[in-house]
Design a protein around this ligand. Structure first.
Ligand code: TYD
Length: 218
């Protein structure tokens, strides 16, 4: 493959959205499609994605840890992310893979920044340290109202899906998270593409696919 095409195909894509926005389904559909197209692909998620990150994820999600201070929470998310960036994301991108990550630094700004009201400039300093400045090329945002999102999570939990410490935050918290996402998108619209999460999953997938293909070949 010519060098120029190799560079074009190296893309870091993140998925963001409130809880219950259907990211997992959409990521699976996109990953299947891109693999069928022959793209070398690395799929991961946050918090987690490495053995160390997965241990941190357990601490973050454990309902027993309801007393966790917001500062502890941000540092744990940042710790998991630092490990993922150094161990996986940077090497995979350097090797020419398309990287797809379920949540990334924007989740910290939306949940810990807007949700918990932590100072955004301080968070950005911590995030920059943790990620060594690695930013997504494209962020897919799946939008859903906090009420509908939580309803979806509750229904999924009744069928065995995880109901974690972040799901259990108040509705007011989840409302602030969504407001935060909308503010982050307004700050940097060129990086984000927004889709209504309430629609038919196959139709949403077709739209996401079109945007991603366009980005991979532009
Ligand atoms: P997860 O089960 O992965 O949920 P989802 O499928 O919605 O991504 O749980 C991740 C939870 O952690 C989710 O509620 C968002 C939250 N979170 C933060 O609060 N800050 C962060 O930096 C990240 C990455 C996630």
């Amino acid at each position: 493959m010519p060098f120029v095409d190799w560079i074009k195909n190296t893309v870091f894509i993140t998925f963001e959205g409130p809880d219950g926005s259907g990211k997992t389904t959409q990521i699976a559909l996109l990953v299947d499609y891109l693999r069928q197209q022959g793209h070398e692909l690395y799929q991961t998620r946050e918090p987690g994605g490495t053995p160390i990150g997965n241990q941190i994820r357990q601490v973050l999600h454990d309902l027993k840890n309801e007393g966790m201070h917001p500062h502890t929470e941000i540092l744990l998310y940042a710790a998991s992310r630092a490990q993922l960036v150094a161990q996986e994301l940077k090497p995979r991108l350097a090797a020419g893979a398309v990287v797809i990550c379920d949540r990334y630094a924007d989740s910290t700004l939306a949940y810990q920044g807007y949700g918990h009201g932590l100072d955004l400039d301080t968070l950005r300093t911590i995030l920059n340290f943790a990620t060594e400045g690695l930013q997504p090329d494209l962020t897919v945002y799946l939008d859903i109202s906090p009420e509908d999102g939580l309803k979806r999570r509750q229904q999924a939990a009744q069928h065995g899906a995880e109901w974690n410490r972040m799901d259990a935050q108040s509705l007011a918290f989840h409302r602030r998270v969504r407001v935060g996402y909308l503010a982050l998108i307004a700050e940097n619209p060129a990086r984000w593409v927004t889709f209504e999460a309430a629609g038919d999953p196959d139709a949403i997938h077709a739209q996401i696919r079109a945007v991603v293909i366009d980005r991979l070949h532009s």
